[in-house]
Design a protein around this ligand. Structure first.
Ligand SMILES: Nc1nc2c(ncn2[C@@H]2O[C@H](COP(=O)(O)OP(=O)(O)OP(=O)(O)O)[C@@H](O)[C@H]2O)c(=O)[nH]1
Ligand SMILES: [Mg+2]
Length: 471
């Protein structure tokens, strides 16, 4: 009898262990987007809402059903990734006057533990509560723009950059860079100082295109955000724009110490030591991905810049197309099974324009999806605001009621009530841009009355990203 009881309890214990292991105990959620898309604000808000306000997230079923017992920040798993500075972000947002969290330059992460009541499977029968560990990783979307470099050699890459020369020519740094490239005799023995000097000119060109002219794409991506690679020889290379095919043929016969061969080698090393490791060490371990898109900011910058943003999105999409022939799938085995493109900062526009914004994002992505195969990956789009900095209302005008937005001007903090204008559902034609263009507002952060910030559709987003893991 004793033996039967012992074996029964052992069996029960074993079943419990299996149930605990079988359930989803851990998920890695990556958040990306081009510079300024709203990644830091988003992660700060997500942690804020999950830890302090999950009872105010009605579309997040685990919260609505009152099965979420508690959420807290715990120690992050990776010791070699910077910690996401949540406290710093909150301190800025709650300062007087409040400030938006500072711009970030690198990958960072944090871990949350979500304790909840399970409803399904063995887990629900055997345990009173379960914990889902959620790792949130914030990384620059610009890093995904380097993906094509994995399948291009140095000459092919140079040709590709040169094909977009018109964009580069819009910067007055272009001539400076091109003149120095043209003075280089590619077969001569390379001088480190000369390479460093021309690379700096190329970097100045990229920075000018992005920061002064509002473009988004620049390769190599780390040249914009070099971090610990600043000044390292691995970033001391540049594309041979405007160099003729004949010159390349001659240069390829040169000695391994020649400018051409050294540049070629550095390009290969960048691909091997910077691009590949990001995919191998980080990207391949992400389970779910949010890509934030600041469509309104793109429209404000102008037609060429908006088109550049659309093209950047197409390239970002390539990292998630896991069809059989996908380059990444052949090199590594990515496991992202849910991908969300979210138009950010939707609190900048009136309620009646939010559907247009979603349609615009859908149309921006369409071009990139035409030949796409997202095998095993569910793709969704939404329009959200991580931190709501405005209030929506209606004013009566001579032509009837009009939807408006009330917020505070970014620089002065002065309260304003505005009609931010219509959001186009498609890219408008050239004449529209020549005529008026767009001028969507930027708001100062809300004045926090308590530590919890308002949001738009973050509960919907959480349900898509985590709902199935919390059953
Ligand atoms: N009104 C409003 N503004 C937002 C929201 N999210 C971001 N912003 C604005 O967008 C700016 C950039 O947001 P960040 O979160 O720093 O964007 P990021 O993608 O982390 O930018 P980098 O770190 O520079 O790559 C902020 O300083 C705010 O002005 C939002 O939900 N609502
Ligand atoms: Mg940031």
């Amino acid at each position: 009898m004793v033996n039967v009881r012992q074996s029964w309890s052992r069996l029960q214990h074993h079943a419990q262990q299996v149930a605990l292991r079988a359930g989803d105990r851990h998920i890695r959620l990556a958040v990306t987007g081009l510079s300024g898309a709203g990644k830091t604000a988003f992660v700060t808000a997500l942690v804020n809402q999950l830890t302090l306000g999950y009872d105010k997230l009605p579309l997040f079923s685990v919260a609505r059903e009152q099965r979420l017992i508690g959420v807290k920040r715990v120690m992050q798993p990776d010791l070699n990734i910077a910690s996401f500075d949540y406290q710093g972000g909150i301190a800025q947002l709650t300062a007087e006057p409040p400030k938006w969290p500072s711009s970030t330059r690198n990958i960072s992460e944090l871990r949350l533990a979500l304790r909840y009541l399970p409803t399904k499977g063995l887990r629900a029968k055997l345990v009173d509560s379960a914990t889902l560990y959620l790792d949130i990783i914030d990384y620059p979307g610009e890093w995904l723009l380097d993906l094509p470099m994995l399948q291009l050699d140095f000459v092919q890459w140079s040709t590709q950059v040169n094909a977009a020369a018109t964009k580069y020519q819009s910067s007055d740094k272009y001539d400076d860079f091109i003149n120095s490239v043209n003075q280089l005799r590619l077969t001569d023995v390379a001088d480190e100082q000369v390479l460093a000097d021309i690379s700096k000119r190329y970097q100045a060109l990229l920075l000018d295109l992005v920061h002064q002219h509002g473009f988004y794409q620049a390769q190599p991506g780390r040249m914009l955000l070099p971090g610990e690679l600043d000044g390292a020889p691995i970033l001391s290379f540049f594309p041979l724009m405007t160099v003729s095919e004949q010159q390349i043929i001659e240069a390829s016969k040169a000695d391994k110490n020649s400018y051409f061969k050294v540049l070629q080698h550095r390009y290969q090393e960048y691909v091997q030591q910077v691009v590949k490791p990001f995919y191998r060490d980080h990207f391949c371990h992400f389970d779910r991905q949010v890509v934030l898109v600041d469509c309104l900011g793109g429209l404000n910058r102008g037609k060429d810049q908006f088109m550049d943003m659309t093209s950047a999105l197409e390239h970002i999409l390539e990292s998630f197309q896991f069809g059989q022939n996908n380059l990444l799938k052949r090199l590594f085995s990515p496991k992202i099974d849910k991908l969300l493109f979210a138009a950010s900062k939707v609190d900048h526009i009136s309620r009646d324009q939010q559907a247009n914004l979603l349609q615009l994002l859908g149309n921006m992505l369409k071009a990139g999806q035409q030949h796409a195969r997202f095998d095993g990956c569910v793709v969704e789009t939404m329009a959200i605001s991580a931190i709501k900095a405005s209030r929506h209302g209606t004013v009566n005008t001579a032509s009837g009621p009009c939807e408006v937005v009330q917020g505070r001007v970014l620089d002065s903090g002065r309260p304003v009530t505005i009609f931010p204008g219509e959001v186009p559902t498609h890219l408008p034609d050239t004449s529209f841009w020549q005529g008026q263009g767009f001028d969507f507002p930027s708001f100062a952060p809300p004045i926090a009355t308590n530590q919890l910030f308002g949001q738009i559709r973050m509960d919907h987003l959480l349900e898509f990203i985590l709902g199935d893991k919390l059953l």
